[in-house]
Design a protein around this ligand. Structure first.
Ligand code: MN
Length: 486
């Protein structure tokens, strides 16, 4: 394999980092080699890979392999839009380049374009009829396409009934041998919270009756909130804003250890992407929902782009809920997610949302998609999203938006940052990300922000990842999205 791609060896040696050469070597070897995939990469290596391939492409813009390799680096940094463009380019240059079809298929899978992905897997299988790996991927993708077609066929126009109507929670029995936490008189209490967090820490399962009670109650609480929640901090009050947590339950516990448990005097705002990727998403979301029930006015949750069905199907949450509970419970989660607010404004001055600002100034065509998906960019104006969804917005866009709405700055999450946070657009656009060592492989810090009512100045606190039990991220994700399958 190394010999076959010897020009990459030269290239990687020039790049001068062991980890970086390992990165390239591994991904040019057959994806059937699982032990190698345990090597830890940091986000810097992907960034470097992208940088070096971009330089190489400047010198040699007709090299399909460079495009294909950069496409992989983009896949790993969740820039699926760019990944798709590069894979497409690789195939334009060399339509016989089989790896290009793989990359394009993976990009399309990640973007939820299953039919397009299937077509590419089909090509690979046709060219390489004896390739078991290709056949497996083809079959897996085919299964999804058929399932989607079936779902469409049985879907009706009638308003979907809520799962809540088909549940008889009162009559669910808690078996005598269950010694875990239970709600007290059907209510979440501080004692229940502490017991549940300990219980989860020991990798034990909350009784399904309790899980259903929490979900039904939180649906009720969330459904009464506006899409844009407004809060006021008094002079002496502060709030903690956290970014993506992505199923990293043990890191969530660490935030509470470092920054104190949520309470009426220690309010929190969690800015979306609670689930998917990390394999303790059920524990994270049940903990967050329960705190919402305990402190409805002082514990805030906003929706991320991962609080939605198609993401949960690909990136693990649906699989995890099915493994730990049932498909019906996943449906209820899905209903609850739809009630999560989309943005929060603090003291009329700081606007918080998961993704960012809008594809257009003034009134907006798809405000929800933009709020949950967009990213800031350093250059003025707007450009095509690296993710293939929504857009990227420049400092001028932020400036205009803030001016029009008489705001000081925006806080958003959605992107992993080496320091756990990043201040851009001259301090007007702040990113906060709270999943340290994201996916066990990015080597990034996590961060949270303190905002005080007195001055509304952001104060950053960083933290590093803590160990977690040996269940790898993406353990419940669609097999085609798992590491090493790309
Ligand atoms: Mn996100």
């Amino acid at each position: 394999v190394v010999r076959q791609y010897s020009h990459h060896e030269v290239f990687t040696v020039r790049a001068g980092s062991n980890c970086f050469s390992a990165f390239l070597w591994i991904y040019e070897s057959p994806p059937r080699n699982p032990p190698l995939l345990d090597i830890c990469f940091s986000d810097k290596d992907y960034e470097n890979a992208i940088k070096y391939y971009t330089e190489a492409l400047d010198l040699n813009p007709s090299n399909a392999i460079y495009y294909s390799n950069r496409s992989l680096a983009y896949l790993r940094t969740e820039c699926y839009g760019y990944a798709l463009a590069d894979a497409t380019k690789a195939l334009e240059i060399d339509k016989n380049y089989i790896k290009g079809y793989y990359r394009r298929a993976t990009s399309n899978m990640a973007l939820g374009k299953f039919k397009a992905a299937l077509k590419d897997y089909e090509t690979v299988v046709r060219v390489r009829p004896n390739d078991k790996d290709a056949r497996m991927k083809y079959q897996e993708c085919n299964k999804i396409v058929k399932q989607k077609a079936f779902e469409r066929a049985i879907a009706s126009d009638e308003t979907k009934k809520s799962v809540v109507d088909s549940l008889d929670i009162e009559n669910m029995t808690i078996e005598d041998d269950y010694v875990g936490p239970k709600l007290e008189d059907g209510k979440v209490t501080l004692k229940f919270m502490k017991d549940m967090m300990e219980w989860f820490k020991d990798q034990k399962k909350l009784h399904r009756k309790c899980a259903y009670q929490i979900l039904v109650q939180v649906k009720d609480v969330l459904s009464k909130l506006p899409s844009l929640v407004e809060i006021t901090l008094k002079e002496t009050e502060k709030i903690t804003i956290c970014g993506d947590t992505h199923g990293q339950y043990y890191d969530l516990l660490n935030i509470f250890k470092l920054n104190g448990l949520p309470s009426e005097t220690n309010p929190y705002l969690f800015n979306g992407d609670f689930v998917d990727r990390g394999s303790f998403s059920v524990e994270v979301i049940l903990t967050l929902f329960s705190f919402k029930l305990l402190y409805p006015d002082n514990f805030h949750l906003l929706r991320g782009n991962h609080e939605t069905d198609n993401m949960n199907q690909m990136y693990g949450f649906e699989g995890e809920v099915k493994a730990k509970y049932t498909a019906q419970m996943f449906q209820l989660f899905s209903e609850v997610f739809q009630w999560l607010p989309l943005a929060q404004c603090i003291n009329n001055k700081v606007l918080v949302m998961h993704g960012g600002l809008f594809s257009e100034d003034g009134h907006h065509q798809c405000p929800m998609c933009d709020l949950l998906w967009s990213d800031p960019q350093p250059q003025n104006g707007r450009s095509i999203s690296k993710r293939g969804v929504s857009c990227q917005f420049g400092p001028d866009v932020t400036e205009r938006f803030l001016e029009q709405n008489k705001l000081d700055y925006v806080v958003r999450s959605h992107e992993v940052k080496a320091d756990g946070y990043e201040v851009t657009h001259s301090g007007k656009c702040i990113t906060v990300f709270s999943a340290p060592n994201y996916c066990d492989q990015m080597g990034n810090k996590g961060a949270y922000i303190h905002l005080r009512g007195s001055d509304l100045k952001p104060e950053f606190h960083q933290f590093t990842a803590v160990p977690h039990p040996n269940v790898k991220p993406m353990a419940y994700a669609n097999t085609l999205m798992q590491l090493g399958m790309m």
